[in-house]
Design a protein around this ligand. Structure first.
Ligand SMILES: [Zn+2]
Ligand SMILES: [Zn+2]
Length: 177
């Protein structure tokens, strides 16, 4: 099997984690992970912490172009990881294999997604990411229009209002002019 990114070097057996084998490229440090092995590993591995996802200091380079599965040559499907990083994972649904670019496993660990991969490959997850993205875009537009301080005020007002039992009464009052 050839590396889907560099094309040339043969992929060699490697270990991403203890008990998680993969086929890795020595040149770009990417690796092909069997999702069958992955699920087995994830079930037998205890998550290190349940805290909030860590901040990502620098996201690794992501292969932007469509990749062909090293096993069956079909185009792999790309999945966004989160609303905060642009990296996408490539998956071949036919072979049940996922391609991680060099550094993306570490990124998954930082995002605390390294044991949640199958959820990332669902429509629900992908929809959630798109929603988060458009929400952040709306907040950016507001910030540019009225400045950081007022935008923060509006956002906390909105949060307070959303949970208020008399929300519609308050809104009617505000809109009366
Ligand atoms: Zn490579
Ligand atoms: Zn394939």
């Amino acid at each position: 099997m050839k590396c889907p990114v560099c094309k040339n070097p043969d992929l060699r057996p490697t270990m991403i984690e203890e008990l998680l084998p993969a086929m890795g490229c020595e040149k770009c440090k990417g690796s092909l992970v069997s999702l069958l092995y992955y699920r087995h590993w994830a079930e037998n591995h205890k998550p290190e912490s349940d805290g909030a996802p860590g901040t990502v200091t620098e996201a690794p380079a992501d292969s932007v172009n469509a990749l062909r599965c090293p096993k069956c040559e079909r185009i792999m499907t790309k999945y966004r990881l989160s609303g905060t990083v642009a990296n996408r994972l490539d998956v071949c649904p036919t072979c049940d294999e996922s391609w991680l670019d060099g550094g993306e496993w570490e990124l998954l660990e930082q995002l605390q997604l390294s044991d949640k991969l199958p959820s990332v490959f669902t429509d629900t997850w992908q929809r959630k990411i798109r929603k988060e993205g458009s929400e952040r875009m709306r907040q950016d537009i507001l910030r540019k229009a009225i400045g950081e301080a007022d935008a923060t005020r509006v956002e906390s007002l909105r949060e307070w209002l959303n949970d208020h039992p008399a929300k519609s009464t308050i809104l009617t009052y505000l809109y009366r002019d």
